[in-house]
Structures are given as C-alpha cells and as structure tokens.
Design a protein around this ligand. Structure first.
Ligand code: SAM
Length: 417
C-alpha cells in the first residue's frame, strides 16, 4: 500500500529542523510527533527511518540532491524516503521525481570519492585516516552507518539469561546470546518491549553489549563501596548494582538532575536497593570530597563526543566539532582526576568513553598516569581474563562496531597502589 503524499511534507518539515543541528535529532523527532498526534505509528516509523537514513548518508545524498530540479530539501527528503520504503511505496511524486529517484538508485556508490562514501565530516575522516588508513576508516564508517541491533541485559536480581530467552521465545521474540557479555541477549527484530511483563517486572533492560562489558570490567563485588561518577540515567549503575547482588553501597553521581531523575523508575523496576543517586554541582563538589579514599571501585563513564554511538545517533557526527572535542578533553581529565581521589588503596578506577578518538581515550589515560604516580595501569587483557570475557585486547578495551558488533567503546583500568 502506498504511503499518503502528506508523509513527504512531514518528513521535509522535521528534516529542515533537524538539519539546523541545534539539538539532538531524536529530541526534535519526538517533539514533532508530539505536535502531530494524528500521525499513525507506521507513518512515524517511516518519517524516523527516512530522517535517520538521511543523517547516516548525508554526504552522498547531498551530492545526489544537487542533480535534477526543484528545492534541495524536497530532494533530500525524497532520497531519505525512497531509501526507507522504496520509490514504489511513495505517493504524490511527479513523473520527473520518480524517474530521478530511479536513476540515482542505480548509481554505484563504490565509485564515489572516499570522503563522500564515508559520509563523515572532513575533519573526522582526516583524523581517522591518519590513524587507521583509508580502507579501515571506510570499513568503520560503513559499520557505523548501519542501525544498531537491540541488545538486552538480563537483571540477575530478577531472572537469568535462559529463562528470559525462553519467555521471549513465547512472546514470540527471537533472540540470541551476545558473544561477549554473559548476561546479554541480542534481539533479532526490534519489537516494542515497554509493555512486556519481562520489562515491566525489571527482568530486562535495554543496553548495548559494549556498555554491559564496560560495567563488567569494574569487577564490583558483594558488599563493596562503589561510585558510578557519571551515572546519567543509570545504564551502567543498574548493571553494577546487580553485580553487587544488591548489597554494599553504590553511589550514582551526576551533575544532571534530569538524567538522575530517569534513573529512579529504572531502580524501582530493577528491585535494587543498594543504589544511592547523588546530584553533584561539579566534579569537585563537597559530596565527592567526603568519600575520599573510601571507595573500592570507581567508574568514570566520562562525558565525551559520543562518536562511538553513530549507529544510534548519526546526527552526532554532524554536530560535533574538533573544538568541542578539545574542550571535552579538559573536562575528562578534570573529572577523572577528581574521581581518583575517591579510590582507596588497592582500589580500582575505570575510565571509559563511547568515543573513537585517541585524544578522548588513550591520551587521557596516558595524561592521567603521568600525573598520578600512585596509580598504575591494569592491562585490559588481565581484566578480561579475570572477568572471563573472551576478547583479545592489549592495554585498553577498544570495542568497534565492525569488529565486535557493539557501539564504539574505550576503557582503561587503573589500580591505586
Ligand atoms: C556518557 S554519559 C553517562 C552514561 C551513563 N553512565 C550510562 O551508562 O547510561 C556522561 C554523563 O556525565 C555527566 N557529567 C558531565 N559532567 C560531569 C561532572 N563534572 N561530574 C559528574 N558527571 C558529569 C553527564 O551529565 C552525563 O550524564
């Protein structure tokens, strides 16, 4: 069945707003859908898919849109929609538009220049090529341009992986165990989960396998004092709390009241009572100082460029700038240094990001070690062996979508001497 012609207008309107890059694309989309409640769920799905496809392939589509006649924004919109649902499903096209869309669909994208094929901004393409070479960059960029799979983490306070997989199969929802994270399930299609009894009862949480692994390498144990320094809405906090078997004390720090507020209902669902959310004003807040030297394990899931999450947030590559990354670096080292003061002798400090850039990752770890003689690096291969995670790594954890089918993640583990 053809889609109503109005879908083109809706996509064009929301796209125009998103391409201003004044805020995250998912927020702009949700806002648009709230303002247009008459749009059905299929239409909303198509608009979202077209917009995300366009953000993923913006360089190529911009070049296509330059061919042919008519306003560029309409052409961009049509390219996004045609990729999402196929030209034949679109109502309201002129004959010329149909002919143009069919023609561009036949263009061999492999013959386009590498920068354009990567669909990355020039600065990021140059950085990655200088480090990894052109072929590897194109491979990474291509993996980043695929939508992420839907990964779940089983909450061991409520259930186990086998029982959850069996309950999902009855729903029926097909899934398979994640290759590296012991509590992960990768769902084959993307069903709505919010109304499933499994979700409502807190037996599952949506969490990328890479994020699950980052929480696991903290190695939190029963009865320990643990701080999740940048807890946000608590994706990793909940995983840590379950690893601690709902014992000990787990402080969830963040400077964002809004994000911490989102943690509360998740905590209630999870059945965890060992989590203590703490709003801090900044990384040197007095609440941090009071716990200095008392904590067994500290996770710093630092604010970062987010360039490892392009599969979910393709707009990030167009919104980030090299200048913003430099500013972020100062914040990252400041947060890590302050968080380090919490760690007791023999305790563990984990620095993690969802970035692909060395300056937010290896460089921060090296800078930290150079200025903190009381800490030493625990090679990631030792941490992975300790946690029985079947991954080959050197000093650091470096997860990449084209190699590990996760978002891009980095982690370094330090121990206080
Ligand atoms: C990568 S996100 C954390 C995601 C979260 N750990 C999770 O797994 O869902 C980084 C978080 O750092 C917080 N943040 C930024 N500056 C901070 C600071 N100075 N101290 C503590 N948290 C900070 C942000 O509000 C944001 O929630």
């Amino acid at each position: 069945m053809r889609l109503p012609p109005a879908i083109i207008g809706h996509t064009e309107e929301v796209l125009r707003e998103i391409l201003r890059f004044t805020g995250p694309a998912d927020g702009t989309l949700s806002h648009y859908f709230r303002e247009h409640p008459k749009l059905g769920s299929r239409e909303r799905g198509v608009v979202a898919e077209a917009v995300y496809g366009l953000l993923r392939n913006k360089s190529i589509y911009t070049s296509f849109a330059e061919s042919g006649n008519g306003p560029t924004m309409r052409r961009m919109t049509l390219l996004g929609l045609a990729d999402a649902v196929g030209v034949d499903s679109l109502g309201g096209l002129t004959e010329e538009e149909t002919e143009w869309l069919t023609r561009v669909a036949d263009i061999d994208r492999n013959l386009m220049p590498p920068l354009m094929r990567s669909n990355l901004p020039q600065w990021l393409f140059d950085k990655l090529v200088a480090r990894d070479g052109e072929a590897a960059t194109l491979e990474l960029a291509s993996a980043m341009n695929q939508p992420a799979p839907l990964d779940l983490r089983v909450n061991t306070i409520k259930s186990n992986r086998e029982d959850v997989a069996a309950a999902l199969a009855e729903a029926p929802i097909l899934c398979e165990p994640t290759p590296y994270a012991p509590l992960g399930l990768r769902v084959i299609k993307k069903p709505a989960l919010q109304n499933l009894p499994l979700f409502k009862s807190g037996a599952i949480e949506v969490q990328d396998e890479g994020s699950q692994l980052l929480a696991q390498i903290v190695g939190a144990k029963r009865g320990e004092m643990v701080v999740d320094f940048c807890a946000g809405a608590g994706g990793k906090t909940l995983a840590l709390g379950a690893t601690m078997r709902n014992t000990g004390r787990l402080y969830a720090f963040d400077i964002s009241e809004k994000r911490l507020a989102k943690l509360k209902p998740r905590m209630a669902r999870s059945g965890l009572s060992n989590i203590h959310p703490v709003l801090i004003a900044h990384e040197n807040d007095g609440k941090v100082k009071r716990l200095a030297g008392k904590i067994d394990r500290v996770l710093v899931d630092a604010p970062c460029s987010g360039l490892g999450t392009l599969r979910r947030n393709p707009d990030v590559k167009w919104r980030q700038t090299p200048e913003a990354v430099v500013e972020m670096n100062a914040k990252q080292i400041a947060i890590l240094s302050s968080a380090a003061r919490l760690v007791k002798s023999g305790g563990r400090l984990v620095y993690g990001t969802c970035s692909l850039l060395d300056e937010e990752n290896d460089a921060i770890a090296a800078q930290f070690l150079a200025s903190h003689e009381d800490f030493s690096l625990v090679p990631m291969k030792d941490v992975l062996a300790e946690q029985k995670i079947p991954l080959e790594m050197g000093d650091y954890l470096k997860l990449l979508p084209h190699q590990h089918q996760t978002d891009g993640f980095f982690a370094a583990v330090f121990v206080r001497k």
